[in-house]
Ligand binder design. Structure first.
Ligand code: FAD
Ligand code: NAP
Length: 339
């Protein structure tokens, strides 16, 4: 096991922020993690568990403590019954790699979640979601290392308390566990979900006659490539803010003033507002301030326009929050994890 001092994180976060980790290590097994954390100095040191670095903004130039990159690999089928196949993946596998494995084996359920950057271990953190599907829809269980007593624990779906881009690991259990593997429950017989966003339209323009999980995945990849900035070219962490949930009375009141406001009814009676629309209406879409900016095609995505510091991007997000609050009386919440 190698522990590096003053390690640059530039290539390890998709915003491309030039922060430095005081201590850095990359581990490939839960046993190695236990061995490291057995040492009192590392156990008590502040820790940042790193996956693909695609959902975080580093605002400190020096990350105090230990950055532990989780690189546990391996994907395998662990169980099968009449309707489902259970596939376990190490936390360090890339999420899209796992989706590709499922597509190759014709296991259905994750096709709408194609091309989401990052690693398997982070997927439960915010219950990743796209195109009407969330991780919780295919989740069976996860295994995690308790940082306190160094014991392995299993969490089922109820214990993860999944919500809209939320889980218990972002709140009550924040920084207390290292997720080491995730097991998905995939359908043998697919249930296609093509009603969301532009999927149907894209399938049509692709000339698809018969819908399949491979076709849906290809459509989702096409849409995503056309709309979202590639982090390899433009630093970003996807949607910077969550779509806010408001009382439907509030939505109706806003609609009477802003007839084109975009809202979707939720099962709990509230309405989800499209944060991208709110931000765009405040004039932010495509705006560049210094080294930070708002993407020209999707106002929910903040970008590193070259050499931004984490603080510059954070400051831009603060200005956006303020202007949306002022114009619409709606408080946006950051989705990206700030360190
Ligand atoms: P990281 O950024 O490395 O970490 C995120 C958080 O999880 C941090 O708090 C970290 O400490 C913690 N963490 C990571 N791994 C572990 C672990 N093993 N154990 C404990 N804690 C851990 N998200 C969506 O939900 N839907 C989308 O459609 C989507 N599209 C995106 C598009 C783009 C272009 C980009 C850049 C991002 C997008 N995201 C999307 C956000 C991001 O890809 C996901 O949230 C992803 O799951 C983050 O994975 P990661 O490995 O990069 O996590
Ligand atoms: P889009 O299709 O332009 O839609 C804009 C917003 O409207 C989305 O945020 C989506 O909410 C919502 N929406 C669209 N159709 C809906 C429906 N039928 N029912 C309920 N809500 C609906 O969005 P986009 O930016 O191109 O993203 C497409 C998908 O990828 C979305 O699901 C989005 O969440 C996901 N994505 C996520 C990230 C991230 O970093 N979190 C980044 C890029 C894309 P939801 O966001 O709640 O789905």
């Amino acid at each position: 096991m190698i522990i590096l001092r003053d390690h640059p994180l530039y290539n390890l976060n998709t915003f491309g922020i030039k922060a430095i980790a005081n201590y850095f290590t990359e581990l490939t097994s839960a046993e190695e993690m236990k061995e490291l954390l057995h040492h009192e100095s590392y156990k008590t040191m502040p820790k940042l568990i790193l996956g693909g670095g695609s959902n975080l903004l580093l605002i400190q130039e020096n990350i105090n403590g230990l950055v532990l990159k989780n690189s546990i690999h391996g994907i395998s089928k662990v169980k099968e019954d009449r309707d489902y196949v259970y596939v376990r993946a190490g936390a360090g596998e890339s999420w899209h790699g796992l989706v590709s494995y499922c597509l190759q084996h014709n296991y259905a359920g994750v096709e709408n979640l194609s091309l989401i950057p990052g690693n398997v271990g982070a997927a439960p953190m915010q219950n990743i979601g796209a195109y009407g599907v969330e991780l919780k829809d295919v989740f069976s269980e996860l295994e995690a290392l308790n940082i306190n007593d160094l014991k392995m624990e299993i969490f089922n779906s109820a214990q993860c308390r999944f919500g809209y881009r939320e889980s218990v690991f972002k709140h009550e259990l924040k920084d207390r566990y290292i997720i080491t593997s995730v097991t998905l429950r995939l359908n043998k017989v697919p249930r296609f979900n093509t009603s969301y966003g532009a999927i149907t339209q894209e399938l049509e323009s692709m000339g698809v006659q018969e819908v399949s999980i491979a076709a849906i995945s290809a459509a989702v990849c096409n849409i995503r490539r056309s709309k979202l900035p590639d982090p390899a070219k433009i630093g970003n962490a996807g949607s910077f803010f969550k779509n806010p949930e408001v009382k439907t009375e509030k939505y109706n009141a806003l609609k009477s003033v802003f007839p084109s406001i975009v809202g979707y009814p939720l099962e709990n009676g509230n309405t989800k507002l499209a944060a991208g629309w709110l931000i765009e209406q405040c004039g932010w879409k495509g705006k560049i301030i210094g080294n930070a900016g708002v993407h020209k095609l999707q106002a929910l995505v903040l970008i590193n326009n070259g050499n931004a510091s984490g603080k510059e991007i954070y400051e831009l997000s603060r200005q956006i929050l303020d202007s949306v609050l002022e114009k619409f009386g709606v408080t946006l919440e950051r989705e990206v994890n700030i360190y």
